[in-house]
Design a binder for this molecule. Structure first.
Ligand code: 8YV
Length: 310
């Protein structure tokens, strides 16, 4: 009999088909679905998204769970302590989505500084017939700060290199093989740059670290870009900073309580918004799905996980 797997989120049809061919898949996206109670005791593996993870309340409802295969790189929504305590293995999908996330960070920054999204609205709404769109900011003279110089942060820096801009970074420690100036605190980095790009992993030490102090340091000409996790930003402080002009604008792919986005951000013409699509290309979702499946197959056949988290 094939391994009983709980699938928590939609996958690409071909990945889901492969999963359903190889495993006994129970597709339950809504954890309050009463069907969950009838199969909970059978479930050995959980397939979930980076944005959903496996919080304590989900793990606790699955007494025989032994594996969490995340179709995503982020594991901030998985209760790792509980997983470790219960001997549950966890895998994620690093590397395969790095390029896409970095591309979106650049795209969002260009959309914000060069008013691409606002310009699109301007043309569609007919406003162009009555005047011109205001001017944007020159991208290639901006100073960039990257918070989190891991795989994704480095890929963003590599792309920024093509624009010949100044780059600095903040991370838990200075990296020996990196020439960019290092800042120990996000606030001190924010104070010295025009654009602060968040590419850090979400964890208890980065929760709401981009707060009122950091936003004030970024200043009234400063721009915030977030392709990491909404939890890293103090969202009410960001709303306030946008509303009062304490920062000039923001480009955001992630939010504190997705898919709910604060109405003040939606209403602001100084904000560019995308619905958590940084890894959302067909090629990358295929690669993520295949890596997730490879990890699940490794678990099912008693082999080492390919990209283990725990
Ligand atoms: C996806 C993500 O939205 O990888 C992550 O951590 O948040 C995103 O790539 C998600 O995991 C897709 O399931």
């Amino acid at each position: 009999m094939s391994l009983p797997v709980l699938l928590r989120c939609p996958l690409l049809p071909e990945i889901q088909h492969q999963l359903e061919t190889d495993y006994d898949v129970h597709r339950i996206f809504d954890m309050s679905d009463p069907k969950l109670e009838t199969i909970a005791g059978d479930i050995k593996a959980l397939v979930t998204g980076g944005h959903l993870g496996a919080p304590a309340d989900v793990i606790e409802r699955l007494p025989n769970l032994k594996m969490v295969a995340i179709n995503g790189v982020g594991y901030d929504k998985v209760d790792l302590e509980l997983a470790k305590a219960r001997g549950i293995r966890v895998s994620n999908t690093p590397d395969v989505l790095t390029d896409d996330v970095a591309d979106l960070a650049i795209g969002l920054t260009l959309a914000l500084t060069r008013k691409i999204a606002a310009g699109d609205q301007f043309v569609r709404s007919g406003s162009w017939l009555n005047g011109n769109l205001g001017l944007g900011r020159k991208f290639s003279t901006l100073r960039f700060g990257i918070f989190g110089l891991g795989r994704i942060g480095k890929a963003i820096a590599k792309r920024l290199g093509g624009f010949d801009v100044d780059i600095a970074y903040c991370d838990v420690a200075e990296q020996s093989n990196v020439d960019f100036p290092f800042y120990q605190s996000v606030a001190s980095l924010a104070a010295d740059v025009d654009v602060l790009i968040i590419a850090a992993a979400a964890s208890s030490s980065t929760t709401r670290i981009v707060d009122e102090t950091v936003l004030s340091a970024l200043g009234s000409d400063g721009l915030l870009v977030n392709v990491a996790r909404g939890s890293i930003v103090d969202e009410p402080a960001l709303v306030q900073a946008i509303s009062t002009g304490a920062i000039a604008g923001a480009a955001l792919d992630v939010f504190a309580a997705e898919p709910v986005v604060p109405t003040e951000l939606i209403a602001s013409d100084r904000v560019v918004l995308t619905p958590h699509i940084a890894s959302g290309t067909v090629d990358t979702r295929v690669a993520m799905g295949n890596l997730m499946l490879t990890n699940l197959n490794a678990f099912a056949s008693g082999q080492e996980l390919i990209t283990p988290v725990v």
